[in-house]
Design a protein around this ligand. Structure first.
Ligand code: MTE
Ligand code: MOS
Length: 759
């Protein structure tokens, strides 16, 4: 089944924030943001801006009626800089102007006197200074320190991982409209309507019941709008409160790139110990997360790095420590995988390091250490593992042995082109690791014409969650999908939402929708009993728009049944709540059962490197992926393909560059390269994992949003293998593996200093 939005998307009729018809009198906001990364804000001069054409109002921190604070986890993020600036791009002043163009002109007329302070961009420097966002986090299983002493082989190393720009097609933005008695309605491009509502209330001083947040859909979020939509909504809300006029702010691309945080870069140390049979006996990892200037979502991202630090492997002795380091970059934030990919890259690097030194294929070490049923993750949960099944199915179906052999043969006969192959297993936990967030609500109305309206806390951002919600209701009522309409995500209809994140939106909101539909379904079947002369509703079912009795279609159709129920004064609406059972985590001992289930899969990745130019192509990513029983294969295949390409981009070409002054150099699409149609693999193959295991997913259709991104990690190791086939080198585990870096490794060149090139 197609995504229900596909027609309106293709026709350009789908409504995004910038398509909302404006209310008469709407003003436009723009911010003056800090030109330096760290400094004392001594004064701001807005005189010229005040008299600039169209300017209605200029707002600084002191004008705020509420609190100048939007930090959700740690209160360390002012809406507008006050006294100090902490990163280049930090909002200082809001101008509210009659047109968007004039708003940008006015903002340019503002100047600030800032006394520069030391700029830190390196997380290890911040950690050495003790500048941490939260205390360090640690996972311990067994006793790694003493296990190393008995290992046949021990290897130590370091990895560097880059950030990643979300590059959602729709930039950040919000539109606030005043409602009566001082209330606000805020349209926001956010993954977290309730997070926006809270932030708006904080900066305006309003209570939550006075603020309505409405989200139609996003042109992509990828984690970048889980927390970071709050600032723009807060800015519009404050401006509306102070001017009593509707205020809109949709960021220009370069503003968005400059002012918002990205995937967290990490610098990490690892130590891996193996026995003679290549079993990993001990693993130690230390992660330095570059959090940027304020907390944002850095702590939970850091935690997920720890949760996934052993990926799909069972390692009996693990010590993993993680530091969230405060630097003078824009606050880094959630990005598809939420810290998991960063953890996985480090263990995969450690394995590649060991394989290189022991002169075996990394896949040999990977295969021998896959986690099995009952094995314990470092956080205490026991695995119900499909790691081995997915590995075996991928290995067999794609004939890994032959792919490897072909690469070796090709490399023997080709001088300047080399092929590399790598396996990439993935194990990703599904549920928010903060247990209270694993709840959702759904509101279902059946109207008297038989049509159905569904509202949930899930936000549609291209991942097809609305299609899945409509499918749930259609299936429960035995209707065609056209009979169901999924409405905007709105805090008046659905309160206290968890953000659409952690790949859990379809499960949580789908289960809530299922519960609501089930309640209404039962009520309707009670009404149907006398009409179809049945004794028990268990004998009845709903399918193809009719009531069935003992599997036989009756003459009673859906719409007349609904009308009959209404006339009998039966409630045709339901608001249901779902909370994932059986999960929990105790941070005081860093053990528990945080995940409802894990998604497993294994990919084979093949590349060809042009060893004269350093360029490469990804020839294929072939995976065996655990869908469960997919509810919508078209949507899920789209998620897998999109995730893989986004992962490849992170590994190979997406290079977020800040200079030592904390200025974003890769600040436009001319300097920041993302995969285009030419850089996607020639082949992406997806084999659904065959498993009969029960799970807690909606209709057994497992979460699919984030896990496939991590197959992309295999590309780094495939390229590395190809480079090593050409030259006797040992490329550093330093992302992204751009053609420049490949070239330097091919020719063992340290003549070129990348830092010098970038600055
Ligand atoms: N797919 C599209 N097209 N656009 C997006 O913004 N976000 C990803 C993933 N897939 C995203 C996407 C991220 S980061 C998450 S957490 C999940 O979708 C969230 O949606 P789900 O819970 O419905 O899978
Ligand atoms: Mo996704 S990073 O959990 O929004």
């Amino acid at each position: 089944m197609k995504n229900i939005d596909s027609k309106s998307h293709v026709r350009g009729e789908s409504v995004y924030l910038d398509d909302i018809p404006l209310v008469e009198g709407t003003l436009f906001a723009c911010v003056f943001d800090s030109p330096v990364a760290h400094g004392k804000l001594k004064s701001v001069d807005t005189t010229e801006a005040q008299t600039s054409e169209g300017v209605f109002r200029v707002i600084t921190a002191k004008d705020l009626i509420g609190e100048n604070q939007i930090g959700g986890i740690v209160p360390d993020e002012p809406l507008l800089a006050d006294g100090e600036v902490h990163f280049q791009g930090m909002p200082i002043v809001i101008v509210v102007v009659t047109s968007e163009t004039l708003a940008h002109k006015a903002a340019k007329k503002i100047t600030a006197d800032i006394e520069p302070l030391e700029v830190v961009t390196d997380p290890r420097v911040a950690a050495a200074d003790g500048d941490l966002i939260v205390p360090p986090k640690k996972f311990v299983l067994g006793d790694a320190a003493s296990a190393f002493a008995n290992c046949a082989h021990v290897f130590e190393g370091k990895t560097e991982q880059n950030g990643q720009e979300h590059l959602y097609i729709e930039t950040q933005g919000a539109y606030a409209v005043p409602t009566e008695n001082g209330g606000l309605k805020v349209y926001s491009s956010t993954q977290g309507p309730t997070a926006v509502q809270r932030a708006v209330c904080r900066v305006t001083g309003l209570a939550m019941h006075q603020v309505e947040v409405d989200v139609q859909r996003l042109g992509g979020g990828f984690g970048g709008k889980e927390d970071q939509a709050n600032a723009w909504a807060g800015i519009c809300a404050v401006a509306t409160q102070l001017t009593k006029r509707p205020v809109k702010y949709a960021l220009h691309r370069m503003e968005d790139m400059r002012m918002t945080g990205k995937r967290h870069p990490y610098s990490s140390d690892y130590k891996i110990g193996l026995d003679r049979d290549l079993k990993i006996v001990a693993y130690e990892a230390t992660f330095y997360q570059n959090a940027g200037a304020s907390c944002d979502l850095s702590p939970p991202v850091l935690e997920r790095t720890l949760f996934h630090c052993t990926n799909s492997y069972y390692i009996p002795n693990v010590t993993a420590t993680a530091y969230s380091c405060r630097t003078n970059l824009p606050p880094n934030t959630a990005f598809r995988g939420f810290g998991g990919p960063q953890g996985m890259f480090v263990i995969e690097s450690a394995i590649a390091h060991a394989a290189e030194k022991l002169n075996v294929a990394a896949s040999e070490i990977q295969r021998r250490n896959l986690i099995d049923d009952g094995d314990e993750f470092p956080y205490g949960q026991k695995a119900e593992s499909d790691a081995i099944t997915s590995w075996t199915q991928a290995e067999e179906k794609y004939d890994f042995a032959t792919l490897q052999k072909e690469a070796v043969e090709f490399n023997a006969s080709s001088r300047y082109f080399k092929k590399g192959v790598a396996m990439m297993p993935v194990c990703f936990g599904i549920s928010f690791t903060k247990t209270p967030m694993n709840q959702a609500r759904s509101l279902v109305h059946v109207y008297t014409d038989g049509s159905v309206a569904v509202s949930t806390g899930a936000v549609e951002m291209g991942q097809g969650v609305n299609t899945k919600m409509a499918q749930v209701a259609a299936r429960m009522f035995g209707l065609e999908i056209d009979s169901v309409k999924v409405h905007t995500t709105n805090t008046l209809r659905i309160a206290n939402t968890s953000p659409t994140a952690a790949s859990a939106a379809a499960d949580l909101n789908g289960k809530a929708t299922q519960l609501a539909c089930e309640t209404i379904r039962k009520r309707l079947l009670e009404v149907a009993l006398p009409l179809v002369e049945a004794a028990n509703i268990d004998d009845l079912s709903l399918a193809d728009g009719f009531v069935y009795r003992s599997g036989e279609r009756t003459s009673l159709a859906w719409a007349p049944l609904v009308m009959e129920a209404h006339l009998k004064r039966v409630n045709l609406s339901e608001h249901s709540h779902y909370a994932t059972p059986g999960i929990g985590f105790d941070w005081s001992i860093a053990k528990g059962h945080p995940f409802a289930y894990h998604v497993y899969g294994t990919a084979v990745v093949g590349v060809t490197v042009d060893c004269l130019r350093g360029r490469y192509e990804v020839d294929y990513v072939k995976c065996c992926h655990d869908f469960g029983t997919s509810m919508n294969t078209a949507v899920d295949l789209g998620q897998i393909e999109g995730g893989i390409v986004q992962g490849l981009g992170w590994m190979t070409m997406e290079e977020v560059v800040y200079d030592d002054d904390g200025k974003l150099r890769s600040n436009a699409l001319s300097t920041y390269k993302v995969p285009d149609i030419y850089s996607i693999p020639a082949e992406i193959a997806v084999l659904p994992l065959e498993t009969t295991r029960e799970n807690m997913a909606i209709f057994n259709s497992k979460a699919v949003g984030e896990p496939p991104l991590m197959y992309g990690i295999g590309a780094y190791f495939a390229i590395r293998n190809a480079v090593k086939a050409y030259s006797d080198c040992s490329p550093a585990f330093d992302l992204p593996f751009t053609p420049e870096k490949v070239l330097m490794n091919l020719y063992n060149s340290d003549l070129v200093d990348m830092k010098a090139i970038n600055s």
